[in-house]
Write a protein that binds this ligand. Structure first.
Ligand SMILES: Nc1ncnc2c1ncn2[C@@H]1O[C@H](COP(=O)(O)OP(=O)(O)OP(=O)(O)O)[C@@H](O)[C@H]1O
Length: 349
């Protein structure tokens, strides 16, 4: 539904060049909630603003629902109408809501429809439908100043949906909200995604947002995407930073000559007593150093750091047993020669 290839954005600022996006390739599938996470300055806002051409990319392409927006923008003024039409199929939600304080809630939602030339009666009907959809049917005549932050964002979401977009872009939509309101807005986005088949691309600096609603995620750093995939793919990728952030498991080996292993359970493997089978089959004592269970994108997933007696070379068979039983296994080795760093991670494929 959204594809960027080699997307690059260089800002010229006081004679200096800042590369905010450095060849970003992103692929968001139809109907998924895709989260882009990264620290401040990573390039997240630049990315989302380039996706709907609010910002002109320096190079690279953006295709949304089969339309190459960059090619339309490149055709100059005459393509303005086509570009506007394509952009009306992309809704956008902002961190600070961007509502007009002098207009009622209903009139705020009608604004994009006015611009699209929809007649008064149709505008009004659509705005009321949308208010109902976001749970604010009783607030049509209120002004933004009379609403809570969460209600304002619901209006922002309703306005973004006015043009019946297939894609919703969310620029830190919950960053200005308290944790409980954040949860309810994320739930609303999830519900809209499911009910309307809406594809959602959101940017955030909070891992909890990714955890609560994303099917897929990408990690950005210094203008580049350094990891991306479905949550299940990320959890299956040895050494994935995102997987580690989603599921931080800690714990250090109790001594030398121990093998420390991170095990990820999801799907069917999560319900099998694999660890006790391992212990019985090989007659070994297993210590649990750390564990976390959580729901990611609506699916139960668990991670555990366990310790087996003996060095890795002696545990190749038990580790193979875990893999054969459908668990993702990442071996974490203590590096004796770098004690200051504690457990240095070395991935054993
Ligand atoms: N209009 C601009 N002019 C010059 N530099 C800019 C402009 N917009 C962004 N930048 C720079 O581009 C880089 C990426 O910024 P961007 O806002 O895309 O990152 P971000 O990940 O969204 O950060 P934040 O979470 O703080 O908004 C930063 O170094 C920023 O200073």
């Amino acid at each position: 539904m959204i594809t960027t290839t080699g997307l690059t954005k260089v800002y010229e600022s006081r004679g200096r060049q800042v590369t905010a996006l450095d060849g970003v390739d992103l692929h968001v599938r139809e109907g998924e909630v895709f989260g882009v996470i990264g620290q401040s300055g990573a390039g997240k806002s630049s990315l989302i603003r380039c996706v709907n051409l609010l910002e002109r990319p320096t190079s690279g392409t953006v295709t949304v629902d089969g339309t190459d927006l960059t090619a339309l923008a490149g055709r100059g003024r005459r393509a303005g109408k086509d570009l506007r039409r394509a952009r009306s199929r992309i809704g956008m939600v902002f961190q600070h809501f961007n509502l007009l304080s002098s207009r009622t809630v209903k009139d705020n939602i009608e604004l994009p429809l006015e611009i699209l030339g929809v007649t008064g009666a149709d505008r009004s009907r659509r705005a009321l439908e949308l208010l109902d959809l976001v749970g604010l049917a009783d607030k049509a005549k209120a002004y933004p100043g009379q609403l809570s932050g969460g209600q304002k964002q619901r209006v922002g979401i309703a306005r973004a949906l006015a043009g019946k977009p297939k894609v919703l872009l969310s620029d830190e939509a919950t960053s200005a909200l308290d944790p409980e309101t954040t949860r309810s807005i994320l739930q609303l986005l999830r519900d809209l995604n499911r009910q309307l088949g809406l594809t959602v691309l959101l940017i955030t600096h909070e891992m909890d947002v990714v955890k609560q609603i994303c099917d897929s995620a990408a990690l950005m750093r210094k203008g580049r995407v350094i990891e991306s995939g479905t949550v299940a793919e990320l959890l299956a990728t040895p050494g994935s930073e995102l997987a580690h952030e989603l599921f931080p498991v800690t714990g250090e080996a109790s001594g030398a000559d121990r093998t420390v292993v991170d095990v990820t359970f999801h799907g069917e493997a999560a319900t099998q007593p694999v660890i006790s089978q391992l212990s019985r089959t090989y007659n070994i004592d297993i210590s649990i150093l750390g564990a976390a269970m959580d729901t990611v994108g609506g699916r139960q997933i668990g991670r555990m750091r366990i310790e087996l007696p003996g060095r890795y070379e002696e545990n190749v068979v038990p580790v193979g047993f875990l893999r054969e039983h459908g668990l993702q296994v990442e071996v974490v080795r203590a590096e004796a020669h770098v004690p200051a760093q504690g457990l240095a991670k070395e991935i054993t494929k």
